[in-house]
Ligand binder design. Structure first.
Ligand SMILES: O=C(O)CCC(=O)C(=O)O
Ligand SMILES: [Fe+2]
Length: 223
């Protein structure tokens, strides 16, 4: 179960061992199967960092579809409570199917789950995964490789930009199969005068050695 207090407090939470080592190897092995993907991005061509990622195409592989569906429900509950404390009207529907219908009606029709691959020297600049006006405020990244064995460096990072204060950075230690659930864009923060929003960005530090794969699950589709 998701510790919602910790998630709101820190803007992220780790779900240990969401996937087995075998599942991680299978998913990482999909990298070279071009038929599974709609688009490949070379990060250095866009100034996003260094490394590559590929967006899965619809229909998603059953494993990815299942993860996206089962994670959506509890995260929608949290997203709705976040909006409630922030005084925002928007509420997210109970199922992924309903939410995606909303995205598709707004012209965001392309799938966003992705596989990322980093080699030695690669990194992912701090960013937010926004793909249009429709934004689901939480997303999930699952580390498919084992730190120290498969790669060194390459740590998952979060930076919180607080209003009128200096930014705060955090490294999230992950092992193979662990999932980090984190705020896409903003999280609610309790200040002395009630709740406000703080801006979050995530990225990956430079790999010193080896190869690192990640599965990214984003819940809004892309325009
Ligand atoms: O490789 C990572 O850990 C970060 C992946 C990422 O940026 C994402 O899933 O949106
Ligand atoms: Fe990302």
């Amino acid at each position: 179960m998701i510790d919602t207090e910790t998630l709101a407090d820190r803007g992220h939470i780790v779900a240990p061992s969401l996937l087995s080592a075998q599942e991680c190897r299978t998913l990482a092995g999909w990298w070279s199967d071009a038929a599974l993907f709609r688009k490949r991005i070379v990060m250095q061509r866009h100034g996003y960092g260094q490394g590559e990622y590929q967006y899965f195409t619809y229909p998603l592989p059953a494993e990815i579809q299942r993860l996206r569906e089962t994670l959506y429900g509890p995260l929608a509950g949290i997203a709705n409570r976040w909006n409630e404390v922030l005084g925002l009207e928007k509420r997210f529907p109970a199922t992924l199917k309903q939410w995606l219908r909303d995205c598709h009606a707004a012209g965001q029709t392309r799938p966003t789950p992705l596989l990322l691959r980093y080699g030695a020297g690669d990194y992912n600049c701090l960013h937010r995964d926004l793909y249009g006006e429709r934004v689901f405020p939480l997303q999930v990244a699952i580390l498919l490789s084992e730190p120290q064995r498969d790669f060194e460096g390459g740590e998952f990072m979060l930076v919180e930009q607080r209003p009128r204060q200096q930014s705060r950075g955090e490294v999230v230690p992950l092992r193979q199969g662990d999932a980090v659930i984190f705020a896409v864009n903003e999280r609610p923060a309790k200040g002395t005068r009630g709740w406000h929003r703080t801006a979050m960005r995530h990225g990956v530090s430079t790999l010193r050695r080896g190869e690192r794969f990640t599965l990214g699950i984003i819940f809004h589709d892309a325009a």
